[in-house]
Ligand binder design. Structure first.
Ligand code: KIV
Length: 317
């Protein structure tokens, strides 16, 4: 709630909480579990990024299964050219806000650059911090076989881990930019091995980013955990998009795979320009946006009444 009239609460019927076992059960090759029960979703997993309470509440109301507090926030919220500057504390700050907005959706926190690569020990410490301070229900980290031991340590502590292979934005400089991965046979074979290594280490799902659809299909059938694609075709067990791409609000980059389901960026500019024009013309606020007193006029303020009030020092011009 804010202000005297508050925010509307949304009226959709309650959905069941999306848990890690429920996500695992959404592997397409498995028989659907509980899909016949009210509030339990079936079919491919719909995952979207979120970074704040209001957006999380809206996306949850729309039926999103998983909300990812992605380190993409470094680009779409903070305005950096890549995700490398994001810290664990920043992910936790946004995580707490998103967790307050998520009624049913599962909330995953992205482990930022250098929070898990250095050692399995520091990976576990940072994952633990994210669960305690970020209010996350699982963590996601980028990388394949080279981080399998780190995944194993985190999972062994009871923290569910989502993997992420293919285009891994934290390796942007090593990849020479945000480029499609797994196009060559050896690179494709390595990605299949990476997916299997992550599954063996205990990951409960894997994001496949920017890889050819046939390779995504091959990886999806090579593992028994769900794959969640972004620019990886429709054979995956789910899809993920950055919310500002999906809503047409982030205009600095537009990857081919990022379908814009709305042009809210244009709507924001148009609505705000109308606000600016009405403020300047005096049309806003109108009487209906103004509070009424109960039939009295505020008493005139005598200068003496203000003698004890704190005063700012005189400005130097
Ligand atoms: O940080 C992020 O938003 C992500 C998704 C694009 C998968 O990792």
């Amino acid at each position: 709630m804010y202000g005297p009239h508050g925010m509307s609460g949304g009226s959709s019927p309650a959905r069941a909480k999306v848990t890690v076992p429920a996500i695992r059960a959404r592997k397409r090759s498995l028989p659907p579990v509980g899909a016949d029960r009210p509030g339990v979703s079936a079919g491919p997993i719909a995952m979207v990024t979120a970074y704040d309470f209001t957006m999380a509440r809206l996306l949850d109301e729309a039926g999103v299964d998983v909300l990812l507090v992605g380190d993409s926030l470094g680009m779409v919220v903070q305005g950096h050219a890549n995700t490398l500057a994001v810290t664990v504390d920043e992910i936790c700050y946004h995580g707490r806000a998103v967790a307050r907005g998520a009624r049913s959706a599962h909330v995953v926190g992205d482990m930022p650059f250098m929070s898990f690569q250095v050692s399995a020990h520091s990976a576990l410490e940072n994952a633990g911090k994210m669960m305690k301070e970020g209010a996350f229900e699982s963590v996601k980290l980028e990388g394949g076989a080279e981080v399998a031991e780190h995944v194993f340590r985190i999972v062994s502590a009871g923290i569910p881990v989502m993997g992420h292979i293919g285009l891994t934005p934290q390796a942007v400089h090593a990849m020479g930019g945000f480029k499609v991965q797994g196009k060559r046979e050896d690179a494709a074979a390595r990605l299949v091995r990476d997916a299997v290594a992550l599954e063996q280490a205990g990951a409960y799902a894997i994001v496949l980013e920017a890889i050819p659809p046939d390779l995504a299909a091959q990886i999806t059938s090579a593992v028994e955990i769900p794959t969640i694609g972004i620019g990886a075709g429709n054979a995956c067990d789910g899809q993920v998009l950055v919310c500002y791409d999906l809503l047409g609000m982030y205009r600095d980059l537009s990857p081919k795979f990022a379908k814009r389901f709305a042009e809210l960026g244009d709507a924001v500019v148009k609505a705000t320009a109308e606000y600016v024009a009405e403020v300047k013309s005096g049309a806003f606020p109108a009487p209906e946006h103004t509070f009424k007193a109960n039939g009295f006029r505020a008493a005139e303020v005598d200068d003496d009444d203000l003698d004890d009030a704190p005063r700012a020092p005189d400005r130097v011009h």
